[in-house]
Design a protein around this ligand. Sequence first.
Ligand code: GTP
Ligand code: MG
Length: 417
Amino acid sequence: MEIENNESEFEMGQEYFCPECNRNHTKGKIYKDHLKFFLKNDSDKGDGEKKEEGSEGENIQLEVPDIDDLDYDEEAELLEAFNEIEEENIDLEDGILQIKEKDECIQAVKSLPGVGDATLSKLIKAGFDSLEAIAYTPPKIIINESGIGEKTTAKLIKASMEKLKIGFKSAEDIWEKRKNIARITTGSTELDELLGGGAETGSLIEFFGEFRTGKTQIMHQLCVNVQLPRELGGLDGNALYIDTEGTFRPERIIQMAEALDLDTKKVLKNIIFGRAYNSDHQVILIKEAANLIKEKNIKLIIVDSLIGHFRSEYIGRGTLANRQQLINQHLHDLLRLCDIHTDLAVLVTNQVQAKPDVFYGNPLQAAGGNVVAHGSTIRVYLRKGKGVQRVAKIIDAPNLPEGEAIFSITEDGIREG
Ligand code: GTP
Ligand code: MG
């Protein structure tokens, strides 16, 4: 309905009738409204087919104000309006595709032979949005999750591998890759040193031990520390926390963030949280996580704990093979994330119920068995020390010397022992 204009001066926020585009506007939003209308009008017209001015109510061609003629506020508003329109366009069509089209990795996927819009859309929707994601994923998984046929999948994998020059590499190439590894501080210098300088990216790190040995506390601390700037031991990134036991505590995060003088609200906001209620759900969450890594600047993924659900759902001898196979697939999903995203740390926890000595030589038979032992690249065993002290020991790591570190769990979080 047309508003009657009484005066030439309007109050901010007040609606008035705009004679230029023949519709109502809100004062203060004029350029936003103008532009929205203008662009909508423009796209409605299709391929240059012009409609006569004023011929059909709202379909009037508008003149966009010259940016040089605007004062500062108007210019800012104009830019904001453009951004808003851009976002709206993304929502309107195939959201995922539109956002990701701009991405370099997506462009690389698009450039693979035989990838048209339909295939690209299927790949992206299923989370295969980089050459690495395609090259490192078993064909069966790509086929099942994207709906792309077997032959095309095989071709895509082959082409991705060729582009990434996957195959035999020189030690120098590997060294180049390892030089880019970044580390997140744990809050304890001794524990950091044991880990070779902190929790490293590109590897799957497992903390295992009895109850109350500090596994969950370390995971909370890393969620805070990953947000620190690099020079302070962080990765300037966000965390994704998959909680299978219901032990994630935002109040503990607040305590830890306050101890580091960080903006607690921001720290909480930068932790994306997913509660897994059963093993299927846990597997799905990790598959979904793959889609969020780049979009949300995720530099740390945590699964606390890895095996709990599998162990309680698959009880008895007859189910063991099935359970191990599912854990194996889940672990490989996690390992693949480490391979694909070199700037991402993936940490999991694992509970052992018996004394470690029993397990030496065959650690973790009860919780995950050999599957976990082979899947994790760095394994750290935790045990209780005196009072608040805890002792960490590297059990299995390709490049770390054996040793122990003592640290403490304090009000402020993980600290020196
Ligand atoms: P499970 O999940 O049961 O296997 O144990 P966990 O290894 O994850 O243990 P968790 O990380 O929950 O550690 C629990 C220990 O952390 C407790 O025994 C406390 O000593 C310590 N802790 C937890 N919260 C706080 C806190 O707010 N302040 C202090 N000072 N210590 C805490
Ligand atoms: Mg725990």
